[in-house]
Ligand binder design. Sequence first.
Ligand code: CP
Length: 313
Amino acid sequence: MNNSPSERDVLSTRGIPRSYYEALFRETDGLKKELETKSVLSSCRGSILATVFMEPSTRTRLSFHFAMVKIGGEVIDFGPVEAASIAKGETFEDTMRMIDGYAPDVIVVRNKVPGSAKLAADICNAPVINGGDGSNEHPTQAMLDLYTMQKIRGSLDGAKIGLMGDLAHSRTTSSLSYALDKFDNVSIFYIAPSELQVRSEVVNALSHAHVEKAETYENIIPKLDFLYVTRLQKERFVEPREYERLKGSYQLDRASLSKHSKLPFIMHPLPRVDELNPDLDTLPIAKYFEQAKNGMYVRAALLKQIVSASRSS
Ligand code: CP
């Protein structure tokens, strides 16, 4: 696989070319096929993944864990922050230095501070994967999002994607925007109330994608191949009253979609709160659980690539 970004770490999708995704998705397809007949492979036997999640996670933490076990490696989990010496005042930097000293082969880190994954990578000898740094980026989420879109549509070139929700605080839509920008003739529709619109730093970093902004989805839906919904991120609001004011400002259910004859595929990084009604779950256009499941295979391919690159260096 083309090992880009050139560094061993996976911190951002900004510098990743499409050839990297294409190679990653071929590896993902290969692993998925192998895992149809074997429950555990041996690609990463003898390797250790450290998972360091200092913010809550279900999908990212567990899918990395399952992925490493399924390709033959082992996992050491940092556990809850309250049980670590951070609770006694130890710094993030000292914590990462200690974990790296135990010599894992790769580390996945999630922290609420933007830039924390880069900080960890600067400290650690082991390759660091950004499992989400505040509202900044979540590159492996973008990888599984692209993989799912490509499986559904066949190609990402020419795709029309609506990104809807709390875009101001979203790391998933930032990383996904940077990744989509590497494909040809992609259109991105940012759909959000003005207070939650996409950050200018994200749009300014795009050089190829056609970009539009809208406050509501009604007029945009017929144009889309995919509608990617995100939750309102309560934990990122400085002012709780502002969260309460915006709560419920965008919601999708069967009734709201019934007036449209052509519907896009619905995606969501999950977890959802109230923006995606469970009455959508049984529709064939609902792809969010498939998306989450794909995450394990994409992350297995990524771990395999990182471990084999560091073994051969
Ligand atoms: N999509 C995602 O990052 O989910 P978790 O927060 O559960 O890891």
